[in-house]
Design a protein around this ligand. Structure first.
Ligand SMILES: Cc1ncc(COP(=O)(O)O)c(C=O)c1O
Length: 405
């Protein structure tokens, strides 16, 4: 147990530096690399063909409108903007869905998807002290730490098949046979980070029945809605769980799909069996928020609310999202064909994976070699951000990968 001590007239001189964040540390190394041809595939942000993470046109327009119309910068309520919460529900479930029409869901505005996950963790810990949170192996690097920070025990389930390019659904269920009723099952809504490997619609329906029989509480992390097939299609999994009559928790993020990364725009939704349960849940979630950040930031959520509720802005958004999806798909196809022309190794799985990330199948040794000898930065487990690839760097990237295979 560390105690606070005033050693040599300083409380802080003896504090050791914390280990660097695995992904952000690589980003630092990339910045310091003097090679003009360096390539960064580590970061978790979308980049266009010019390597830029753009402000979407619909957001620029919404920002203009907000500046003209905003009357106050005063605090929002603890749960955030009610208009925003209702827009989030409409986006996930659709306006006519019974979850919405029967007011069975409690939604709070959170600082990004991360804030939503942490509030979900705090709520779960307060209500269900013994629940353990099961997450895929691998999962987004921050998932285990967020739930552990809420004081919950985390466990992992099998996700990938032997060659680490596709789903091992049977293996997943097998490893979850150790779950206990009342445990939480964390699922990625679509565009699984870091693998790009998702469930099919049929598998979601099977999961719904299976989750019910094992009495698990599903928590779906929707950080990439609109990045795979479309805004509606990408929440098919959440809807399959809700339509099976299950209680579900959903964390949403507008970092990627509205490009609002630094504005911190997210939400946490709990789908209950009826309105009074949803109201009671909201009161507890609010008390988790109050002691955490008191109330969420207003600017980004106000922009999202404008885009989601204005038909013209929404149409623009859908067009921009569709262009993002097309670019990601094109890059995936190009990567496969470029690798096919250089090596016998089969890279076709890259086209079967969804969203910004892919597990490349590269080993840690090959990843190190790419960084040290070619200034190509890839996360240790072999995850690449496909959106970091463009027509200017793909030739050198594929030559280098072929050289280390
Ligand atoms: C799976 C997953 N969940 C949540 C988040 C958090 O998103 P935000 O930046 O909105 O906190 C990310 C971001 O990379 C993610 O990949």
């Amino acid at each position: 147990m560390n105690t606070l001590k005033n050693t040599a007239q300083s409380f802080f001189n003896h504090v050791e530096p914390a280990p660097p964040d695995a992904i952000l540390g690589l980003n630092e190394a990339f910045k310091n690399d003097p090679n003009p041809e360096k390539i960064n595939l580590t970061v978790g942000v979308y980049q266009d063909e010019n390597g830029v993470t753009p402000v979407l046109d619909c957001i620029r327009a919404a920002e203009k409108r907000l500046i003209e119309q905003e009357k106050s910068k005063s605090y929002l309520g603890i749960q955030g903007s009610p208009e925003y919460a209702s827009s989030v529900q409409n986006l996930i479930f659709g306006k006519e869905h019974p979850v919405v029409t029967q007011a069975r869901a409690a939604t709070v505005q959170t600082p990004g998807g991360t804030g939503g996950l942490r509030i979900a963790g705090d709520f779960i810990k307060r209500q269900f002290d013994q629940a353990r949170v099961w997450m895929s192996s691998p999962t987004w690097a921050n998932h285990p730490a967020i739930f552990a920070a809420s004081g919950l025990v985390t466990k992992s389930y099998t996700y990938l098949d032997a060659d680490k390019t596709g789903l091992d659904f049977a293996g997943m269920k097998e490893s979850l046979s150790e779950s206990r009723p009342g445990d939480v099952l964390l699922l990625h809504g679509c565009c699984h980070n870091p693998t790009g490997v998702d469930f099919s619609v049929d598998q979601w329906s099977e999961l719904a029945e299976w989750v019910r029989s094992r009495e698990l509480l599903p928590l779906v992390d929707c950080a990439y809605q609109g990045f795979h097939k479309g805004l509606k299609e990408d929440v098919a999994g959440v809807l399959a769980l809700c339509d099976a009559g299950l209680e579900v928790m959903v964390c949403s993020s507008f970092s990627k799909n509205l490009g609002l990364y630094g504005e911190r725009v997210g939400a946490m939704t709990v789908v209950a069996q009826d309105r009074s349960a949803a109201d009671a849940i909201l009161s507890h979630v609010k008390s988790c928020i109050r002691v955490n950040y008191s109330n969420p930031p207003r600017h980004g959520a106000a922009l999202a609310t404008i885009v989601l509720n204005d038909a013209e802005f929404s149409r623009r958004w859908q067009d921009e999202l569709s262009a993002i999806r097309s670019r990601i798909k094109q890059v995936r196809s190009l990567l496969v064909s470029e690798m096919n022309s250089r090596t016998e190794v089969d890279f076709s799985f890259i086209e079967r994976q969804n969203g910004m990330f892919s597990f490349s199948g590269l080993t840690p040794v090959q990843v190190d070699q790419l960084r040290n000898e070619y200034s190509i930065y890839i996360v240790g487990g072999g995850r690449i951000n496909v959106a970091g690839i463009n027509t200017r760097n793909i030739g050198r990237l594929c030559d280098s990968i072929a050289a280390v295979l």
